[in-house]
Design a protein around this ligand. Structure first.
Ligand code: SF4
Ligand code: SF4
Ligand code: SF4
Ligand code: FES
Length: 362
């Protein structure tokens, strides 16, 4: 069913059941958001998306209010703009003004809106929280001083990862996010998927490995596929000076829709690790064809032909001397179907064993 409404003077026909925010976005009309995220159910917590609807007594949040037949909506009236500005001023009553050193600078919804609405100073000075930044987990920096209580993280943990490790505890000025039974993240059911980090609009939740590694405008964003397992999650790598500095969610990834596990989100340091093998290596005695020394001797770098020839020679000798079932073949979910099929042929027909398995079953 369709409904007809007017937004900022534009006559629009929309699907019934959509929110005013969705309809406005489809029509190219900008309405600011903070607590809303397209991958999460709407919450209506921050009130930055308030709009004026004729015949409604008060301003309504566009992210939760449905598009209705005949509605006449104003998204930029003086009342709307002044109210949004007030919302921002209230948020800044307990938010540090340290954008110069904040890692989210250039990628912070709050910073963008404060700039857009011309809030220049702390209009309502008062008490500020001084939360310690001391969560000892290895992956996520928790800075509650920068939290605007939008609850995106709460919903991401619940709806994206299905874990429910985060909640908001206490009320009023004392309200803050908490993990599990209000302990550190490692004491909660958290699986360190990083979904909460991906949706946090400020630097309240930020990857520890990315702190100080590059501003939003200094990094190149490259969409790719996670190299760990056969799920094939899509990721966005942020790269600076040819080094990966952060992993962001690829919300349009067809298999993971922005989610990753801990490996995909935080396990990228192997790519540029100095210990990473970048060429095949063999034991020196194998290269020289001499008897194996007690400590098996040193490793030497070789080309692929040499490494594969040595491997084939040793496998043939193991099969001939000890029998084919002393050899096992383990294939990978990161190989193509064709490659796995060929490994199956190698195991069963060339080596003569049924000892073949696949990492997806581990
Ligand atoms: S890292 Fe994942 S599991 Fe842990 S709190 Fe964040 S969303 Fe929840
Ligand atoms: S930690 Fe971030 S996502 Fe969670 S409530 Fe605070 S500002 Fe929102
Ligand atoms: S993010 Fe995790 S689940 Fe997804 S492909 Fe990588 S390892 Fe697999
Ligand atoms: S974005 Fe609508 S209430 Fe927060």
């Amino acid at each position: 069913m369709k409904v007809n409404l007017t937004i900022d003077g534009h006559k629009i026909q929309a699907e019934a059941g959509k929110t005013l925010l969705e309809v406005a976005q489809e029509a190219g009309i900008h309405i600011p958001i903070l607590c809303h995220h397209p991958a999460l159910p709407p919450e209506g917590a921050c009130r930055i998306c308030l709009v004026e609807i004729e015949r409604q007594r008060s301003l309504q949040p566009a992210c939760t209010f449905p598009a209705t037949e005949g509605a006449v909506v104003h998204t930029r009236s003086t009342k709307v703009v002044e109210t949004r500005k007030f919302v921002l001023e209230m948020l800044l009553t307990d938010h540090p003004f340290d954008c110069m050193t904040c890692d989210a600078t250039g990628n912070c919804l709050l910073q963008d809106l404060v700039y857009e609405y011309g809030v220049r100073t702390e209009v309502y000075p008062g008490a500020h929280h001084q939360y310690p930044i001391d969560d000892p987990n290895p992956f996520i920096q928790v800075d509650r001083n920068k939290c605007i209580l939008c609850r995106r993280c709460v919903r991401a943990c619940n709806y994206i990862n299905g874990v429910d490790a985060i909640n908001v505890v206490y009320r009023g000025f004392n309200a803050r996010i908490a993990f599990g039974a209000d302990g550190h993240m490692v004491q909660s059911p958290c699986e360190f998927c990083g979904s909460c980090v991906a949706v946090c609009p400020t630097a309240a939740l930020y990857p520890k490995m990315s702190v100080g590694k590059g501003r939003a405008w200094q990094v190149e964003r490259i969409q790719t596929v996670c190299s760990y397992c056969g799920v094939g999650c899509q990721l966005i790598l942020e790269v600076k000076d040819n080094r990966i500095v952060k992993v962001e969610s690829a919300w349009d990834g067809p298999v993971n829709h922005g989610w990753t596990c801990v490996k995909g989100r935080f396990g990228y340091d192997y790519v540029q690790h100095p210990d990473r093998l970048t060429r095949p290596m063999v034991r020196k005695y194998l290269l020289e064809g001499t008897p194996r020394p007690p400590d098996r001797g040193e490793w030497v770098e070789v080309d692929w032909d040499t490494a594969l020839n040595i491997t084939a020679r040793k496998m043939r000798s193991a099969r001939d001397v000890y029998g084919p079932d002393t050899i096992g073949v383990l294939t990978s979910a990161k190989c193509t179907n064709e490659e796995n099929y060929l490994m199956n042929k190698l195991a069963r027909q060339v080596i003569g064993t049924n000892n073949i398995d696949h990492c997806a079953r581990l």
